[in-house]
Write a protein that binds this ligand. Structure first.
Ligand SMILES: Cc1ncc(COP(=O)(O)O)c(C=O)c1O
Ligand SMILES: Nc1c(O)cccc1C(=O)C[C@H](N)C(=O)O
Length: 412
């Protein structure tokens, strides 16, 4: 191989031309260029699919407008588990009957973590990392106070994430549940979910994974990995729209022994029996609380079908190429200006976003948003570049990093 061949770095045009998923970008609604030049925040809020407008309109006319209250019997009562099963099949590696959709991620986390703690008499410890997303930490603080449980914090390692060895010396016969994010919201670190779950099980504790930043971007095998519990949001890589409901996965082996703490009629054995007191439903339905947010579940169904049509392995393949490209451009153009890449260099340890730190990035992000270049900023110094495999082009990444370099240079 000649030196020229060795050093040739493909251009974004070459990468887009070689991208087997490039055509899928057409499926997404695209605002005009004056509004949006480069969207690098699909890991906060995914873009809508074009087909979703038509499907929502038909839902309003047909399912809601024409069938009205009959819709509950005809379809909607089953919607939380039907959509849950599809999430399970397409993205989680989960057999039917273990996934349900409803509530916010925060409320789902509360229900699942409380259920896990309550199910383990004699075990009063919850383990979580200091770098986890605020809602996960706050929910656990609240549960610890409510249940008199203690929290053991895994020390902060913001440029990385939690490794199995970080649990050495922490797990004990007191541990009830370990709560970790599969992909860390800041660094993008992708945890070894299988290895960590096995380790937690050897200590007799339950494992809950927060899948917010991995569902729809990283293939999973929750059943094969023996995961007990998982919660994830659907407005990022499942493109469910702002405030679309979360999902929870409860391994079938745990369903009968867990009791979630918010007893509502829709999770009861016989919702329309109007019974005197609560008796939980069988199976996954006992993790439902109130009337499911059926309308807000519709858009994610479109994205699930798009993902199913290409397969999660292809999605992951593109995700890895996009993050590689973003890292290589950041190394060339941002590191020389004093920025630091705080995401793993090894793609096997990385989800679908990267974070680059610089003390001026809060101001840089504000300038970029004015130009329609949309990454996000996470304090203290992190500019996050989120790469949504089916909707992001390599050209957008190039344009985005060039705009970051320009805005940073102007401020230096
Ligand atoms: C790891 C993680 N957990 C939870 C949430 C969100 O919780 P909620 O959907 O309740 O706002 C997010 C993002 O918002 C997240 O990144
Ligand atoms: N859920 C969000 C929201 O309601 C408003 C703005 C952003 C979000 C996010 O998704 C934040 C995101 N989970 C994060 O990793 O920072």
């Amino acid at each position: 191989m000649t030196t020229a061949q060795q050093t040739h770095q493909p251009t974004s045009a070459e990468l887009d031309a070689a991208d087997p998923l490039a055509a899928q970008r057409e499926a997404f609604y695209t605002p005009d260029a004056a509004q949006l030049a480069s969207y690098l925040d699909g890991n906060s809020l995914g873009r809508p699919l074009k087909v979703t407008s038509a499907n929502l309109a038909s839902f309003v006319h047909d399912a809601w407008g024409s069938r009205l209250i009959r819709g509950w019997d005809e379809q909607w009562m089953d919607e939380p588990t039907a959509v849950g099963d599809r999430i399970g099949e397409v993205t989680l590696g989960a057999a039917p009957g273990q996934t349900t959709v409803g509530d916010s991620t925060s409320v789902m986390l509360y229900k699942m973590i409380r259920a896990a703690v309550d199910s383990q008499p004699g075990r009063d410890e919850i383990i979580i990392d200091r770098d986890n997303f605020p809602t996960d930490r706050f929910i656990i603080e609240g549960i610890a106070r409510e249940r008199g449980a203690r929290i053991t914090w895994i020390a902060s390692n913001p440029a990385s994430g939690v490794r199995a060895e970080d649990l050495d010396g922490l797990l004990s016969e007191r541990t009830a549940v370990v709560v970790l994010s599969h992909v860390a919201y800041r660094s993008g670190y992708l945890a070894d979910a299988q290895g960590i779950t096995a380790k937690v099980h050897r200590a007799g504790a339950l494992m809950l994974w927060d899948l917010c930043h991995s569902v729809g971007s990283v293939p999973m095998e929750l059943d094969a990995w023996g995961v007990d519990l998982a919660v994830g949001c659907t407005y990022k890589y499942l493109n469910g729209g702002p405030g679309s409901p979360a999902f929870a996965y409860v391994n079938s082996s745990q369903q009968d022994r867990l009791q979630q703490p918010i007893w509502g009629w829709m999770g009861a054995d016989n919702p329309f029996g109007m019974t005197e007191s609560y008796k939980p439903a069988q199976g996954i339905r006992r993790f439902i609380t109130g009337t499911p947010p059926v309308l807000a579940m519709q858009p994610m169904k479109d994205m699930l079908e798009l993902i199913a049509s290409v397969g999660m392995d292809a999605v992951r393949g593109k995700s890895v190429k996009l993050t590689e490209y973003a890292i290589s451009l950041s190394e060339q153009h941002l590191v020389p200006l004093g920025a630091e890449i705080v995401s793993p260099r090894n793609p096997a340890e990385r989800g679908s976003h990267i974070t680059v730190d610089h003390p001026l990035f809060a101001d840089v992000t504000a300038k970029l948003w004015e130009k329609g270049v949309i990454p996000d900023f996470r304090p203290p110094h992190g500019l996050r570049i989120g790469l949504s495999p089916l909707s992001t082009s390599f050209a957008e990444v190039e344009l985005g990093v060039a705009a970051i370099r320009e805005a940073l240079s102007d401020l230096l």
